[in-house]
Each structure stands twice: as structure tokens, then as C-alpha cells.
Design a protein around this ligand. Structure first.
Ligand code: MG
Length: 269
């Protein structure tokens, strides 16, 4: 009798595991914090504290923006200007002591990656901002990013994204095993793959207009990422396609939504 009960428990346990696995495959979207998790007390976009907050919240990855100064120092900042200085035309020493809105120092990429390296398991999503009217400096920025990532032993922890198709192509050529995704929309997954780029990272409107691109990317073993999805109804809609990643300013809420969706799917078995 006891042996029969144990067998039943074992069988039902195996079945549960199988169902869990299926649900995990059906709802596998991972959350990327947009410019870190900055909607926290005392934090700011693209600050090192936002990166640490993302890790603390348990997100899969954290995105950040990289700009290059006129003297080729890579810094982490979204806008192409900082405190009135156009970054690509400004020497680093002019802005190096400037502070972010929360009082943190403007981080260099080196400082940012060094902080990220300590946050085990967190994917670092490096967005290189295009360098306006200076393609040579942009290509140099790509090379410097890759060199720095390699030097810090973070080759397997960093994905690359950019609105510059040329920068994406160069990242892909220099780091053939890395995930590289184009941000600008318009191109079908197969068109990106044909030029060596193995993922797309598109605005949600582009994905809503072309929902089949998520499946197309999956079929070609490419990644798909949707930005920047903050509205819960929109999150729900986009999760139906099960993109690889969803980038949001509300990572904790989206993780809860994904968990709730998994539970709803599981109940159907
Ligand atoms: Mg960005």
C-alpha cells in the first residue's frame, strides 16, 4: 500500500515537473530593466545604483546607454548632451565631475561594467548610441566597447543593441557569439540575419503591427525584444507572442504579470 502511494506521488510529481517545463516554454519572456531599475528611492536613469536595483529586484537583464566623448572616453548616459555639453564634441575632463540627478557621479562604461561584474547572473544590455555625423568615431566606439568587455571578462554577460545598423554589424563581426539586436524597426528578422545581426529590439508599435516577427525570429534562432513597455494591458498583449525579452521601466510589476500569466496557463492543464 505504502509503495503504491509512493509511486503515485512520484508519478504526479513527474507530471507536475513536465507541466512546469511546458509552461516555462510557453511563457518564457525575460524582463530587461530599461536604463536600470531607476524608479527607486534615490536612484537615477543609467546610474550604478539603478543597475544594482535591477539585480536586487531579480530581473534577467539591465539595459544602459553608452556615449563616446570627443577624446574617446565611453560614458553611460542616454541623451547626446549632458549639462549643456554635446558629449561627442566634448572632452571627458569637462564633464567628469558632473553629477546625475541623484548626486551620483556620471559613470564611465568601465565603472559601470566593473559594478555589473559583481552582480552575478545579471545580463548587461549595452546600447551604443549612434555618433551623429562621425561614423569613424562610432566604429571606434564599437571597438572600444568590445575591447573593454573582453578585458573585463564579461564576454558572455553582455548583449549589444543600437539604433545604428552599422554599429550592430560591427558588434556582430567582432563578437560573433554575442547577441546583437537592432533597435530601429522596419527590417524583418530574416533581413537582419542576412547582414549578420541575430536579433531585433523594436518599439512595441512595430511589434504590434508585425506580431509574426516574434515567431519568425524564434524560427531563425534569433532574439526578439520589445521596448519600452510600461502599460500593463500592453504588457499582457505582447506577452501573448512570447518574445525573448520585454524591456520596461516597471520591471517588478512586469515580472509579477509574467508569473500570473504562467499560473493562468498552468491552471488549464
Ligand atoms: Mg537605451
Amino acid at each position: 500500500m505504502l509503495a503504491a502511494c509512493a509511486l503515485l506521488v512520484l508519478i504526479s510529481g513527474c507530471k507536475d515537473n513536465k507541466i512546469d517545463k511546458m509552461v516555462d516554454q510557453m511563457v518564457s519572456t525575460k524582463v530587461i530593466a530599461h536604463r536600470g531599475y531607476w524608479k527607486c528611492e534615490g536612484s537615477a536613469q543609467n546610474s550604478i545604483s539603478s543597475l544594482r536595483n535591477a539585480h536586487k529586484a531579480g530581473v534577467y537583464g539591465s539595459e544602459f546607454d553608452v556615449q563616446i566623448t570627443a577624446d574617446s572616453v565611453l560614458i553611460v548616459n542616454h541623451d547626446n548632451d549632458f549639462k549643456g555639453h554635446v558629449i561627442n564634441l566634448t572632452h571627458y575632463k569637462v564633464i567628469q565631475d558632473s553629477l546625475l540627478s541623484n548626486g551620483e557621479k556620471l559613470p564611465t562604461l568601465e565603472e559601470y561594467l566593473a559594478a555589473g561584474k559583481k552582480l552575478k547572473g545579471l545580463l548587461l544590455v549595452l546600447e551604443l548610441k549612434p555618433v551623429k555625423d562621425n561614423p569613424a568615431l562610432e566604429q571606434y566606439a564599437v571597438e572600444k566597447c568590445v575591447e573593454m568587455v573582453k578585458k573585463m571578462g564579461l564576454g558572455k554577460r553582455v548583449d549589444y543593441i543600437s539604433f545604428s545598423l552599422e554599429a550592430c554589424k560591427r558588434f556582430a563581426a567582432l563578437m560573433p557569439k554575442a547577441s546583437v539586436a537592432y533597435l530601429g524597426g522596419y527590417y524583418m528578422p530574416i533581413e537582419l540575419l542576412e547582414i549578420g545581426i541575430n536579433g531585433f529590439d523594436y518599439h512595441y508599435n512595430e511589434v504590434l503591427m508585425n506580431p509574426f516577427w516574434v515567431d519568425e525570429a524564434r524560427n531563425y534562432n534569433m532574439t526578439s525584444n520589445v521596448w519600452t513597455v510600461n502599460d500593463s494591458l500592453l504588457v499582457e498583449t505582447l506577452l501573448v507572442g512570447n518574445p525573448t525579452f520585454l524591456t520596461t521601466d516597471n520591471p517588478e510589476e512586469v515580472m509579477l504579470q509574467i508569473q500570473a500569466l504562467k499560473e493562468r496557463v498552468r491552471e488549464r492543464f
